[in-house]
Design a protein around this ligand. Structure first.
Ligand SMILES: C[S@@+](CC[C@H](N)C(=O)[O-])C[C@H]1O[C@@H](n2cnc3c(N)ncnc32)[C@H](O)[C@@H]1O
Length: 282
């Protein structure tokens, strides 16, 4: 990639894409098998204790994390995504006697994003949003959320949303688990070590990390060729944005992480997805 300014511009454009795509994010879900394996892997990993979710988006994974965690902090750059995440988490507890309402101004339980995603369902046909409907929130565990507010106790595990740029954000505390879904592939190579240093700073000494992602890129989005990390994504109205999409492969990703001091096993699924979990080496 070019110089520092070019990279900063690209990362701004990437963040702008996700702000703009937020209302239609679920329409772009990857229509491939293997996604349900990610949800099962996350359950098997058991994200217990204090959990930090990076790039939480519209709350694809947040309800599933809340089923295991004692508290969750979910960070994303997009206020639009955080509002949808708030609505999704609230609606996932809507049938609970302890259910809470989204804050005024959030998209509400009747929005298309207010429904609970199922672990085995895939929607849409356009493989552009790098996610699938992978979490399976339970309606019997009350939680609440309020993006923009510092924290919220909706019943059991407290949930706090933070709006922040992960390329500059510093944590204010440490966590037992750091999780990120469909984020690592959007971290450019130049920022890869710094990102893992951030993960390190976020973790307790014996903390664990877990991530899920995919390596899928279509021919039409490879506007700069196969070797480039830059792809073009479009909104439904055709507006185009450049974003980073690194097609990590499990074995090489494991080696890269090992060189940075991590012991992380990365597993492929039956589709273009993969998941990884582990700890620091030392
Ligand atoms: C592919 S989505 C993943 C969302 C969710 N984790 C999932 O699995 O569906 C990437 C997310 O990263 C967020 N994002 C993009 N740039 C960011 C940045 N610089 N700092 C924090 N979040 C960012 C976007 O707003 C978007 O929600």
């Amino acid at each position: 990639m070019g110089d520092r300014d070019d990279l900063a511009t690209l990362l701004d454009e990437q963040a702008a894409f996700y702000r703009a795509v937020a209302p239609e994010y679920d329409d772009h879900a990857l229509p491939f098998p293997g996604g349900a394996e990610l949800a099962r892997a996350l359950d098997a990993f058991r994200p217990t204790g204090s959990v930090l979710e990076l790039a939480c988006g519209p709350g694809t994974w947040t309800p599933q994390l809340l089923r295991h965690a004692t508290d969750v902090t979910a960070v994303d750059a997009s206020a639009e995504m955080l509002r949808i995440a708030s609505s999704r988490v609230s609606s996932s507890y809507a049938t609970s006697p302890h259910a809470v309402s989204s804050r005024p101004g959030s998209s509400g339980a009747d929005s298309p994003h207010g429904s609970s995603p199922r672990a085995d369902s895939f929607h849409g046909s356009s493989p552009r949003a790098d996610s699938f409907h992978g979490s399976s929130p339970r309606a019997d565990s009350p939680h609440g959320s309020s993006p923009g507010a510092d924290s919220f106790h909706g019943g059991r595990a407290p949930l706090r949303f933070l709006q922040a740029d992960l390329f500059t954000w510093r944590p204010d505390r440490r966590y037992d688990v750091v999780f990120f879904g469909f984020w690592l592939s959007h971290v450019p190579a130049e920022r890869f070590p710094a990102f893992w240093s951030l993960v390190d700073d976020c973790l307790q000494p014996d903390g664990r990390v877990c991530f899920v992602d995919d390596w899928h890129r279509t021919d039409e989005e490879l506007i700069e060729g196969e070797e480039s990390p830059i792809v073009q994504r479009r909104l439904t109205d055709g507006t185009a944005y450049r974003i980073v999409k690194i097609p990590h492969r499990p074995a090489e990703l494991e080696r890269q992480l090992q060189r940075l001091g991590w012991s992380i096993q990365v597993h492929p699924t039956s589709g273009p997805f993969y998941w990884g979990s582990g700890t620091r080496t030392r």
